[in-house]
Ligand binder design. Structure first.
Ligand code: MYA
Length: 194
C-alpha cells in the first residue's frame, strides 16, 4: 500500500525542470556537500557515507551499506536511517538543478526489511518544479540496482538561499565552514547565480 499526500502532488502550473548545463556529467561521482553531514560526510564515523552519482536527465543513483550502528531491530536497519538515505539521495538532486533546497516534506514507504550488511541501491529523480517547490521521488532496492524495492519516498524540497544555513546553523560550525575554502566552493556550486 502506498500513496502520497496532497502536499506532494505537483500543482497544475508545475513544470518539468531542465538539467543545469554545469551539472555533474552522467556517471560522475558527486562529492559530499559537507564533510560532517550524517548522510554523505566522511567526518561522521557512524554516518551513512552515501556515495552518489549523477545519472542521465534529472536522475541520480546512490549506494549505502547498512552497518551495525544503523540497527533498529536486531540485525535490521532502523527505519529512520533508511529515510535518511532517501533524504540524502533526494537532496543530492540539488546538484543537477544547481539549486540550494532543503527538505520540506518527505513520505517513506517501507516495503521490505533491510538486514545489516545489505547494500541499498538508491535512485532518485526530480519530477516537477513549481516556483521554489521541487518535487522528487526515490526508491531503494536490495540485491542490486534491479532488485526488489525495499523503500521508496516522495518529497517536496523548498529552494532557499545559502544564507538559510548561515542564519540558522550553530555559529561554531558555520564559522569553521565559512573558513574552509572547499566548503564555500561547494556551497556556491549549488547556486545558479553565486
Ligand atoms: C555554508 C554551508 C552551506 C551547505 C549547503 C548544503 C545544502 C544541501 C543540504 C541538503 C541536506 C539534505 C536534506 C536535509 O536534511 S535538509 C534539513 C531538513 N529540513 C529543514 O531543516 C527545513 C526546515 N524548514 C524550513 O526551514 C522552512 O519551513 C522552509 C525553508 C522549508 C520553508 O520556509 P519558507 O518561509 O522559506 O517558505 P514558505 O513557508 O513560504 O513555503 C514556500 C512554499 O512551500 C510550501 N511548503 C513549505 N513547507 C512545506 C511542507 N512541509 N509541506 C508542504 N508544503 C510546504 C509552502 O506551502 C509554500 O507553498 P506556496 O504557498 O508557495 O504554494
Amino acid at each position: 500500500m502506498s500513496g502520497r499526500s496532497a502536499a506532494l502532488q505537483p500543482p497544475s502550473d508545475a513544470v518539468t525542470p531542465v538539467r543545469h548545463p554545469d551539472a555533474p556529467a552522467p556517471g560522475e561521482l558527486i562529492g559530499s556537500h559537507y564533510g560532517e553531514c550524517f548522510g554523505c560526510g566522511d567526518g561522521q564515523p557512524h554516518g551513512l557515507h552515501l556515495r552518489v552519482r549523477a545519472g542521465e536527465g534529472l536522475g541520480i543513483t546512490a549506494e549505502f551499506t547498512v552497518q551495525p550502528a544503523h540497527q533498529g531491530a536486531p540485525g535490521l536497519a532502523h527505519g529512520g536511517v533508511l529515510t535518511t538515505a532517501l533524504d540524502e539521495t533526494l537532496g543530492s538532486l540539488n546538484w543537477l538543478l544547481r539549486t540550494v533546497a532543503v527538505t520540506g516534506r518527505l513520505e517513506t514507504d517501507f516495503v521490505r526489511p533491510v538486514p545489516v550488511g545489505t547494500t541499498l541501491h538508491l535512485a532518485a529523480e526530480v519530477t516537477a518544479v513549481a516556483g521554489r517547490k521541487i518535487y522528487s521521488t526515490a526508491t531503494g532496492r536490495i540485491g542490486g540496482p534491479g532488485g526488489p524495492v525495499a523503500v521508496r519516498a516522495d518529497a517536496l524540497f523548498i529552494e532557499v538561499k545559502v544564507d538559510h544555513f548561515v542564519h540558522h546553523g550553530r555559529q561554531e560550525e558555520i564559522r569553521v565552514a565559512m573558513n574552509d575554502p572547499d566548503q564555500v566552493r561547494r556551497a556556491r556550486a549549488f547556486e545558479v547565480n553565486p
